[in-house]
Ligand binder design. Structure first.
Ligand code: ATP
Ligand code: MG
Length: 427
């Protein structure tokens, strides 16, 4: 045997129940987006490196240490996308989608960050992201939060906490930054290595430190929220007012600053204590300056992204995966003459009963071994075809879950019969 080739570190294969939970998250979220009037957009996985440097910011962890950046064959610097917002903003500008128009968009797909792999943290992971363009008012901030709250409800996830804060505008942040730097300088002996570095590059990020020893110092730090300008304060109060009206509980967390440079005003995260250290399942905020920063006309924007692997893990931990059997009907066919009619009948049933999952036994085997597989599939009924049934153009319909005796049904009536006993409509 040749030496086995393994996957790249931090890049996870997803299969079995995890894959089912993953699909469940994406499908549920997609259906919900359409109910709120959002449209799909599909974006490239690779972008010019400069796009991320200019949008995410060159002193952020992502751009400094986590991007998969490479030169292509023409010598251009490209990067695997570490998040979806930058590419989405580029696309709406480039395609003229925000010229005098509002856009409400969603996307999903893989993202790449060279981080230390651990539970809930991978180097390839998947996000479901939502972005709105052209709406400056706080109603849309609240709508996005309402939509996420409804998604948790539909996924059967309780116990998630909404943390929310306002970052105000650039001026207030610059003013606050000075105050914060003075405070941390005065307490320099209490800073860890990471924070000392951030003090020079991105001091607000110290507030985001995951080091418990930094907590007391951070708790006592001056708060950005006390430096907000009047209009930003009003915007924030209006968002909270909508959440109150909707009955969505939240915690104002003055230390929530988010890792990306482009946010202003509203920022929020949904967190859980049930996934260990990787407890943020969804994060987002307003980024009114980004479109202009990337070369478009000034356009207000707000969005969020959720981590699909983390939601998937939560759904499995809490046993919230709806049960889908691998099959509703399992077609058992043995004998030279039965194989072709079985294939044709399977297609007819799929055509006429679109609500049912019809599995045809592929790969042969005796009746006995096929019935074993039928049983294991979770199907409610087996449709049985042997040479004798084919002679008379009939099939056996055998209940597999103790619902009575086997019946004999003609081919012409089979779809009607199965639809009746399974409670499904016939096309
Ligand atoms: P964290 O604080 O966990 O590193 P972040 O602030 O870097 O998160 P965002 O850039 O806001 O995360 O991405 C939005 C969501 O994507 C996160 O809330 C999380 O659920 C998910 N996510 C981010 N990085 C990873 C990763 N490396 N592996 C799995 N999921 C991730
Ligand atoms: Mg991160």
């Amino acid at each position: 045997m040749s030496k086995q080739i393994t996957a790249v570190r931090g890049m996870k294969d997803i299969y079995g129940r995890e894959a089912a939970a993953f699909d469940h998250v994406v499908n549920t979220a997609t259906r919900l987006m359409r109910r709120y009037g959002y449209q799909p957009i599909r974006l490239p996985v690779v972008e010019k490196t400069e796009l991320f440097v200019r949008s995410i910011g060159d002193v952020t962890d992502i751009v400094e240490k986590e991007m998969y950046t490479f030169e292509d064959r023409n010598g251009d610097s490209l990067s695997l996308r570490p998040e979806g917002t930058a590419g989405c903003v580029r696309a709406v500008i480039e395609n003229g989608l925000i010229h005098n128009q509002v856009q409400k968009l969603y996307y999903t797909g893989p993202m790449f960050r060279h981080e230390r792999p651990q539970k809930g943290r991978y180097r390839q992971f998947h996000q479901f992201g939502v972005e709105t363009f052209g709406i400056a008012t706080p109603d849309v901030d609240a709508e996005l939060i309402a939509l996420t709250a409804r998604l948790w409800d539909e996924l059967g996830l309780d116990g998630l906490t909404l943390e929310i804060n306002s970052l105000g505008n650039l001026h207030a942040r610059a003013q606050y930054r000075d105050v914060l730097v003075d405070y941390f300088r005065a307490n320099a002996s209490l800073l860890d290595e990471d924070s000392k570095r951030r003090l020079e590059t991105n001091p607000l990020r110290i507030l985001d430190s995951k080091n418990p020893e930094m907590r007391p110092l951070i708790e006592e730090a001056p708060k950005l929220i006390d430096y907000l300008h009047q209009e930003d304060r009003e915007h924030f109060d209006a968002v909270l007012g909508y959440l109150d009206a909707l009955g969505i509980p939240y915690e104002v967390n003055p230390n929530l600053v988010r890792g990306l440079d482009y946010y202003n005003r509203t920022v929020f995260e949904w967190t859980t204590t049930e996934l260990g250290a990787q407890g943020t399942v969804c994060a987002g905020g307003r980024y009114d300056g980004l479109v202009e920063q990337i070369g478009g006309r000034p356009t207000p924007a707000v969005g969020f992204a959720m981590g699909i692997e983390r939601l998937m893990a939560l759904i499995l931990d809490k046993n919230r995966l709806p049960y889908y059997s691998d099959a509703d009907i399992y077609i058992v066919a043995a004998g030279d003459k039965a194989l072709k009619p079985a294939m044709v009948l399977a297609e007819q049933l799929r055509e006429q009963l679109p609500g049912l999952n019809v599995q045809l036994n592929c790969g042969g085997g005796s009746f006995k071994s096929q019935f074993k597989k039928a049983d294991k599939s979770g199907a409610a009924y087996a449709v049985v075809l042997g040479d004798e049934e084919v002679e008379s153009r009939i099939a056996g319909v055998k209940p597999l879950r103790g619902q009575g005796e086997q019946e004999v049904v003609s081919w012409d009536e089979l779809a009607d019969h199965l639809g009746g006993i399974m409670g499904c409509y016939l096309r």
